[in-house]
Design a protein around this ligand. Structure first.
Ligand code: HEC
Length: 289
């Protein structure tokens, strides 16, 4: 190694080293267990619809403590079909839009970082005009540390409201928010997003949605090979403002969304709520590498 190479090597060690722990995603992702998460097109089903007993037959069960996943895990594909066609809770259907996107989710950690890898097959394009011209695809996930009431049952739905800006009766100034949310009191969802134009965001949702300012996100990268997308996130276990602090032995709430087909706002595909365990029980488990 000459002097210049040595300098580069030291620089690299400095960049990767985090308190002496090297940040590296699993060398062999194929050895990491995968969970298939059924994302579906949710139409107009904000939390106000979910908790309206005469609109949603599941409300009584949810009140008793059943989760969305317990009732619906086997039928997300059918739900998506019904909704995307306009047969139910979608007043302005987009012809040709995918009903559902099954995503393979893998999770791992190395004591310093959480690694999340999402793999899915690109559905056919609808051919409708692009809503987001810069990004054919955006991928987001949320983490919640059992502080938002009911989030262990309902996943991201606590952030989805009928007055959000792209809802039929939306308020142009409102995005996602949590009823009773408070960053200061720790009642929030951590939000991380990757966009196909290469942008990445580390924000949160409490009183309102904030896209940036978190310090947990280390990297987010994605690529399409053939018709298969692979998006990988590297996130420090702990971060700063609006970052859920993760630790071994803990289970948090997890939900994800894909804005496929150049979508914006509510025109995304979403998952039901899952439990993510860090060396702990959960629907998805991040096992130490
Ligand atoms: C106790 C079981 C149960 C729970 C818990 C439950 N649901 Fe439902 N849900 C139903 C049933 C039954 C229907 C269909 C009939 C209806 O709409 O009343 C339904 C319908 C829906 C629909 C409309 C699509 C369709 O196939 O009719 C959506 C969307 C939905 N539920 C989302 C959710 C979400 C999100 C949650 C959690 C926040 C949830 N449900 C919790 C039972 C449940």
């Amino acid at each position: 190694m000459n002097l210049r190479q040595t300098a580069i090597a030291i620089g690299l060690i400095g960049a990767l080293g985090c308190g002496g722990v090297q940040a590296a995603e699993p060398a062999d992702w194929s050895a990491v267990p995968a969970t298939t998460v059924g994302l579906f097109y949710p139409g107009v089903s904000p939390i106000e619809w979910i908790v309206n007993g005469s609109a949603h037959g599941g409300w009584r069960g949810l009140k008793r403590g059943d989760s969305c996943l317990e009732c619906h895990s086997e039928e997300t594909g059918d739900m998506g079909k019904k909704i995307v066609s306009g047969a139910k809770i979608e007043p302005s259907p987009i012809k040709g839009k995918a009903a559902a996107i099954p995503v393979k989710v893998q999770a791992a950690h190395d004591g310093a970082n959480l690694y999340l890898r999402f793999t899915w097959k690109q559905p056919p394009a609808s051919g409708a005009p692009a809503m987001d011209k810069d990004n054919p695809v955006k991928v987001a996930f949320m983490l919640e540390a059992n502080q938002v009431e009911r989030a262990d049952l309902s996943g991201c739905w606590e952030t989805c409201h009928q007055d959000a800006r792209t809802m039929p009766e939306g308020n142009k100034d409102k995005t996602k928010y949590v009823e009773g949310g408070s960053l200061a009191s720790g009642v929030f969802y951590d939000l991380i997003q990757w966009r196909s134009n290469g942008e990445k965001h580390d924000g949160y949702i409490a009183e309102k949605r904030v896209m940036d300012g978190g310090t947990a996100l280390v990297d987010a990268k994605g690529e399409k090979q053939g018709d298969t997308w692979t998006v990988t996130f590297t996130r420090k276990l702990t971060g700063g403002e609006g970052d859920v602090a993760l630790a071994s032995g803990q289970t948090v709430n997890f939900g994800m969304a894909i804005h496929d087909d150049s979508a914006t706002g509510r025109f995304h595909h979403v998952s039901l709520g899952y439990r993510l365990g860090i060396d702990a029980e959960g629907d998805i488990q991040a096992v130490k590498q």
